[in-house]
Design a protein. Structure first.
Length: 359
């Protein structure tokens, strides 16, 4: 999987040596018109990488949807690699594809990365992780995922957190109990929480089960609305808002991609919406107990670096879970809804916002 910068005169000897030691072929970059990179085009990146002393790598990043939390994962992933000496434009070529929350597209992206014989695939969000592993497992290309809520439920790991194959990464499992405590503190009289989720996203189905298990311990009943595509969100939201005192949002990729429209409907009815991470609070959710997705991505990048350097195999690395959550509050949203956030919560919030940014 490693690429060596070879002197021409020793080329034949070194290639034979790599075949004997590395157990895999050297890889070349094949540019496609539909693929994008974060900086210069693939040909320029490849030339820069090959001119660097030592080893160079080509990786594909498959991101399931375009929204703040997954963008932060991608940013953190590249930062983590850089901290480990693997940097885009120097010894790293990156191809980034976005599935636009479509599972069929996620599978196509994964197949393309396998055809391109990537050194490693980074899959951001559960559907992309499942697609990448299914496509890559027979080829032996390691997959490192991030923002996968429950790798066991997604059939990417076993109960002891070990991989089912050459696939590992980081989990963004929601701090559901902390979220329920937060909602109760802000809304002491609320009785019913509503959750909109995509029935085909394993991460969301698992999170719903956690809410169902814990909600009554905090005096809440739960109303859920399952959707199969973004086209169903508007009607499902309108119906759900007639039954609840507030909404809380998961890391559901289809729902998060439509969050601005959901917020518009909720605001018209004066119903608060709670987020699951910082970016959702920035664009209009009242508050959230969530993890830091840049940090999550950074941890993932460092795992990937170890695999690329040959320090460990993906199949030998158990997945990692961030256990610390942070409180985020949007004071402007609270003001608009006429809700008073307790001073104690504002004091312990990692970050508060005095305006609503565009989604």
């Amino acid at each position: 999987m490693k690429k060596k910068v070879l002197a021409v005169i020793l080329g034949a000897v070194m290639v034979a040596s790599m075949a004997g030691c590395g157990g895999s072929d050297t890889k070349t970059t094949d540019t496609a018109a539909t693929e994008t990179t974060d900086s210069t085009d693939d040909a320029e990146n490849t030339e820069t990488a090959e001119a660097t002393d030592g080893e160079s790598y080509t990786i594909g990043i498959s991101q399931f949807a375009e929204h703040g939390s997954l963008d932060n994962c991608r940013e953190g992933f590249l930062e983590g690699l850089k901290e480990e000496g693997i940097e885009e434009g120097k010894n790293l070529t990156v191809k980034v594809n976005n599935a636009d929350a479509d599972m069929g597209t996620a599978s196509q992206i994964a197949q393309r990365f396998v055809t391109d014989n990537m050194d490693l695939i980074c899959a951001i969000a559960t559907p992309s992780a499942q697609a990448a592993y299914n496509a890559a497992m027979e080829k032996g290309i390691p997959v490192v995922y991030t923002a996968v809520t429950n790798p066991v439920e997604a059939e990417l790991a076993t109960d002891d957190k070990m991989p089912v194959g050459a696939v590992t990464g980081t989990s963004d499992q929601l701090p559901v109990e902390a979220q329920l405590k937060m909602i109760r503190e802000i809304l002491p009289d609320a009785k019913t929480i509503g959750i909109l989720y995509t029935t085909s996203e394993a991460n969301s189905v698992y999170s719903i089960s956690q809410y169902e298990e814990l909600a009554d311990q905090y005096g809440f009943t739960l109303e859920t609305a399952g959707i199969t595509s973004s086209s169903e969100i508007s009607l499902a939201t309108a119906d759900l808002l007639t039954k609840v005192d507030c909404l809380t949002n998961l890391t559901d990729n289809t729902v998060v991609s439509s969050l601005p429209a959901i917020l518009d409907q909720a605001n018209e009815k004066g119903i608060p919406v709670f987020g699951s991470e910082i970016e959702q609070v920035k664009i209009g959710c009242l508050a959230a107990e969530g993890i830091d997705y840049v940090s999550l991505g950074k941890d993932t990048g460092k795992m990937a670096a170890k695999i690329l350097k040959g320090e460990v195999k993906a199949e030998d690395m158990e997945y990692q879970l961030l256990t610390e959550s942070n409180l985020y509050v949007n004071e402007k949203v609270a003001e608009n809804l006429g809700i008073t956030v307790p001073d104690s919560m504002n004091d312990r919030a990692v970050e508060t916002f005095s305006e609503i940014s565009e989604g």
